[in-house]
Design a protein around this ligand. Structure first.
Ligand code: KG4
Ligand code: ZN
Length: 352
């Protein structure tokens, strides 16, 4: 079985083709990603209108390139998957309509994929990860702790009430005069910094739910920066390190609470999985490694190209659904918001 996956929910245009091997694992035959980082860098964040236009201009040729690399035509595919949300609606429409068009023309099943579900399931592509597992999904747009119990069966144990973790890194970078995207820049600056120089708050630590709040930390970082301005390189490094240390402490505490809740509702976890662009952060990976060793649960960190937004995760989620007959029809809507766990749908400010 071969599935094409199309991703256009944020600032990456991506198309990939995944083949299902007889042993149930996935083989990525083509994985095309075009980042729009350069187009948005001047604004310090993703501009929805620019993103949608950039997706329109490139998506067809990325799909064509993926098919060429896999040595296939659209009619050779067994399914076409496209991310139908959550995300920036203009971009979502571009990928969704492209996917539907190909499915219609080729007469193949269509799969409308939840972008968060794709992040959650792609760790299974190598066949070593069984349900149920605990997932930390942390990117520029999302921060959630999820119990992944099966395909289409998710329980949200926690989510951010304001900023996503990646967003907090991006905003912190901006106030420290570091480039966009901020995560890698803050991490690099933090390497030479003193994490103990500034005592920044650790919001939510000790709370019995597994939710996050990052805006207070962001404000405290800004106020600290303003109080010691103009910032010398040492100040930037120390502030970056102090900010990152606070985020690490918060994540560790929230995951501890999340795992406790997981065990009550789903039993023993096969693994703790980290996904999303923030999973690239070395300090966070290290902290998760420590946490998992203490908790006696293996840590599963997919390779970075599968952690950040990509087409293979959409194709793989499509494969998981197609195998189970969970196909969609061509009326599947584009959804700017699309919670994985409808029961947990609270007013979390659109970030969850
Ligand atoms: O998953 P992703 O590529 O795109 C979405 O947001 O969906 O995640 C990008 C986010 C950005 O906010 C970026 O600053 C953050 O992930 N990020 C990092 C690191 N690398 C990327 N955050 C912290 N440390 C990093 N090394
Ligand atoms: Zn994402």
């Amino acid at each position: 079985m071969h599935v094409l996956g199309i991703e256009t929910t944020c600032d990456e245009t991506a198309a990939a083709i995944v083949r299902l091997r007889p042993d149930g694992t996935g083989e990525i035959l083509a994985d095309e990603v075009m980042s729009q980082i350069a187009a948005h860098a001047a604004y310090g964040g993703v501009v929805p209108e620019i993103a949608a236009r950039a997706h329109v201009e490139i998506v067809d040729s990325l799909v064509a390139r993926a098919l060429r690399k896999a040595g296939m035509r659209a009619v050779d595919l067994d399914g076409i998957a496209a991310a139908a949300g959550p995300g920036l609606i203009g971009g979502v429409l571009v990928g969704l309509m492209t996917g539907k068009g190909i499915a219609l023309a080729a007469g193949k099943p269509f799969l409308a994929i939840n972008h968060l579900e794709a992040h959650a399931l792609v760790a299974r592509i190598n066949g070593r990860l069984a349900f149920p597992y605990l997932l930390l999904l942390a990117s520029g747009g999302h921060t959630q702790i999820l119990a992944v119990k099966g395909v289409g069966d998710y329980e949200r144990l926690g989510a951010t009430m304001d900023d996503a973790i990646g967003e907090a890194f991006d905003k912190t970078a901006k106030m420290l005069g570091l480039p966009y995207p901020g995560g890698p820049a803050v991490e690099a600056a933090a390497r030479d910094g003193d994490p103990l120089r500034f005592a920044l708050p650790r919001p939510m630590i000790g709370r019995p739910n597994a939710d996050f709040s990052l805006s207070g930390l962001k404000t405290a970082t800004r106020q600290t920066a303003q109080a010691i301005a103009p910032l010398r390189p040492r100040d930037v490094a120390d502030l970056a390190a102090s900010f990152q240390a606070a985020v690490v402490d918060v994540i560790e505490d929230r995951m501890r609470v999340g795992l406790g809740r997981f065990r009550k509702s789903a039993g023993a976890a096969t693994a703790v999985v980290i996904a999303g662009g923030v999973a690239a952060n070395g300090a966070i990976r290290e902290a998760m490694g420590r946490f998992c060793a203490q908790a006696g649960v293996p840590l599963f960190a997919p390779p970075l190209n599968l952690c950040t937004d990509n087409g293979a995760m959409i194709a793989w989620a499509g494969m998981e659904r197609l195998r189970r007959g969970m196909v969609d029809d061509l009326s599947a809507p584009a959804r700017p918001r699309w919670p994985l766990d409808p029961k947990a749908e609270r007013s979390l400010n659109g970030k969850a």
